[in-house]
Design a protein around this ligand. Structure first.
Ligand code: MN
Length: 201
């Protein structure tokens, strides 16, 4: 068995003007596909080739760096596509209550999550995670993610992700990462975030 590129639940142009069609097409069909191809090549003929990507990430310390980079790339982008959408929605009452209790409310959450993305030096990701029932904001470098069993990286079960690699925004926003991070709030598929939150408890 090998990993395959997940289909998007929306058209490449569905997130415009916040995320443009060309960026989405290249990001999904080229960047994500490259992580999958490299991951499949790295795992071919090894005992890990029948594991799920979550199983691989949670034991990533046992793997070579090529698996960490490309396996992370596959997991992260798969999650990212699932929490994007044009329909929006809102946080469920349960998630909204947790944002209030754990993160100091929606405005504070947006500010802290945005800061996690904007201040991540170089390439990486901002995350909203559930750890022992609590919401936590964190960020990771490169294609690391909060599932990985690495000190300083593992921080919980991710339910929301933002890719802050330049390839995610450069065509439309050039160097203006903060503008891209601000636009992200317009294209979140909250139904999927709500589902992931409920499943994490
Ligand atoms: Mn990316």
């Amino acid at each position: 068995m090998s990993f395959t590129l997940p289909q998007l639940a929306f058209a490449y142009n569905a997130l415009e003007p916040h995320i443009d069609e060309r960026t989405m097409e290249i990001h999904h069909s080229k960047h994500h596909q490259a992580y999958i191809t490299n991951l499949n090549n790295a795992l071919a003929g090894t005992p890990a080739e029948n594991l799920s990507i979550e199983e691989i990430c949670t034991n990533i310390s046992q793997y070579a760096m090529v698996v960490r980079n490309n396996g992370g790339g596959h997991f992260n982008h798969s999650l990212f596509w699932s929490i994007l959408g044009a329909e929006g929605g809102t946080p469920s009452p349960e998630l909204a209550a947790a944002i209030e209790t754990d993160l100091g409310g929606m405005e504070k959450f947006k500010e802290e999550f945005g800061k996690a993305g904007i201040t991540r030096f170089g390439s990486g990701w901002a995350w909203l995670c559930v750890k022992e029932g609590q919401l936590i904001i964190c960020s990771t470098a490169n294609q690391d993610n909060p599932l990985m069993d690495i000190e300083g990286v593992r921080c919980g079960n991710p339910i929301l992700a933002l890719d802050v690699w330049e390839h995610a925004y450069y065509l439309n926003y050039q160097n203006r990462r903060p503008d891209y991070v601000a636009a992200f709030w317009n294209v979140i598929n909250w139904n999927e975030v709500n589902r992931r939150y409920a499943a994490s408890l």
